[in-house]
Design a protein around this ligand. Structure first.
Ligand code: FAD
Length: 371
């Protein structure tokens, strides 16, 4: 394949993986990220699945997979806090922040631009044109949509079907220094803990600090409480304390004092005491809407979708980053094998659309048994 001018919309992990691998393959690449301040320091932990480990090797970042905290077993609790069941199932949570920063350090300098909001894309046979929020425009041979859940690039490729489907529940999330977890909740540490009964699903585990420290005392405790919320309540659920509305989530710091008080009261009433203490210790919980999305098309004439722009799977799968890595490796592989870019794009779509559908279906299945 000749050298292409490739522009990537979205600079989270899917965009970075694509940018780095395509630069390695000799293409002229630039990534445009909407966030003005960058994404560092905003993640928690993730499970290192095989496609993630493969792509980390390919971009020279394999060492980052070792920055993780091992949960030695899974425990399932009763509401009184006693253990119902223990399952030996060691699992490592690697640090999203360290992963992101290490991967970001591999992109060529000057080719990752913050504060660049793409508002539209015009697709064509001989390239695609990006339109930015400030009115500027830019042509590229290939545009990659790595712009996640609210993708604008997806909308160009799937004009009749670009909305995410709401699952009927949200994930309340807390991320606290482990030292702020009271000793009465110490049972939660060093293991994956769950409390599951009809209509209630909460889990928690340790993750490294945002700097990647893994020693006891430096780590963070991450809890996730899945709660049903009717679609008609979503606008209120994602409206922050300053009355600003958010499309798919309520970021940290956005919850009003009244809602925080109500959350803590619900936790005391509904959850095992250890989880209620973990909820109490978090002063700024966030809320993530849980959605599904399956693209009918992953490509246009001069556009490819990767990661969550193409398929949104529920977090129970823990496969978001790995799926993005698999998409990128396939896309780069087909582009390197074919002289005709459109032939490469078609092969890419044929290869990955099945996987995307399977992962979304798996997420729905896990979700159905989760709540
Ligand atoms: C800040 C952050 C923290 C995360 N933390 C975790 C974690 O702890 N554990 C975990 O398992 N997963 C986490 N994820 C999700 C995980 O990274 C994704 O599943 C994975 O990266 C694949 O998603 P993606 O890159 O396709 O989309 P996303 O991660 O959603 O990224 C999309 C990116 O595109 C940008 N963008 C969107 N629209 C535009 C536009 N119009 N113009 C320009 N840029 C745009 C967004 O700002 C965002 O950075 C996190 C994601 C983010 C963004």
């Amino acid at each position: 394949m000749r050298q292409l001018r490739i522009r990537i919309v979205g600079g989270s992990l899917a965009g970075l993986f694509a940018g780095i691998m395509l630069q390695q393959a000799g293409h002229d690449v630039c990534i445009y990220e909407r966030s003005k301040n960058g994404l560092a320091g905003r993640g928690a932990g993730l499970v290192g699945q095989s496609d993630l480990l493969r792509i980390l090797r390919l971009i020279g970042c394999e060492h980052v997979a070792h920055v993780g905290v091992v949960a030695k077993e899974r425990i399932y609790l009763n509401q009184d806090g006693s253990i119902v069941q223990t399952v030996s199932m060691p699992q490592t949570q690697i640090s999203w922040d360290v992963l992101f920063e290490t991967v970001a350090s591999r992109i060529a300098s000057g080719s990752y631009l913050l504060g660049r909001d793409v508002v539209d894309v015009a697709d064509g046979d001989r390239g695609a044109e990006l339109v930015f929020g400030d009115g500027t425009r830019e042509m590229a041979d290939l545009v990659i949509g790595a712009d996640g859940l609210g993708s604008v690039v997806r909308e160009v490729v799937n004009p009749d079907h670009f909305q995410n489907g709401y699952s009927g529940y949200v994930a309340w999330r807390g991320l606290i220094p482990e030292t702020s977890l009271p000793s009465a909740a110490a049972l939660l540490l060093d293991r994956f803990a769950f409390y599951v009964r009809p209509g209630v699903h909460v889990l928690g585990y340790l993750v490294p600090s945002s700097k990647g420290e893994m020693n006891a005392g430096s780590r963070r405790y991450n809890w996730v409480w899945y709660r049903k919320a009717p679609q008609s309540d979503l606008a209120d659920t994602f409206t922050d304390r300053d009355n600003r509305s958010h499309a798919f989530s309520l970021p940290r710091g956005g919850l009003s004092d009244d809602r925080l008080t109500a959350l803590r009261a619900d936790a005391r009433e509904m959850l095992p005491p250890q989880f209620a203490l973990a909820v109490e210790a978090e002063s700024s919980p966030s809320i993530q809407g849980i959605f599904d999305y399956e693209a009918s098309r992953m490509i246009g004439r001069s556009i490819a979708l990767v990661g969550d722009a193409a398929f949104v799977a529920r977090p129970h799968t823990a496969m978001g980053v790995s799926k993005a890595a698999g998409d990128v490796m396939a896309l780069v592989n087909f582009l390197s094998r074919e002289d005709d870019m459109f032939v490469a794009l078609r092969s890419y779509e044929a290869d990955r659309i099945v996987t995307g559908r399977e992962v979304v279906a798996y997420g729905r299945q896990l979700g159905a048994s989760a709540l």
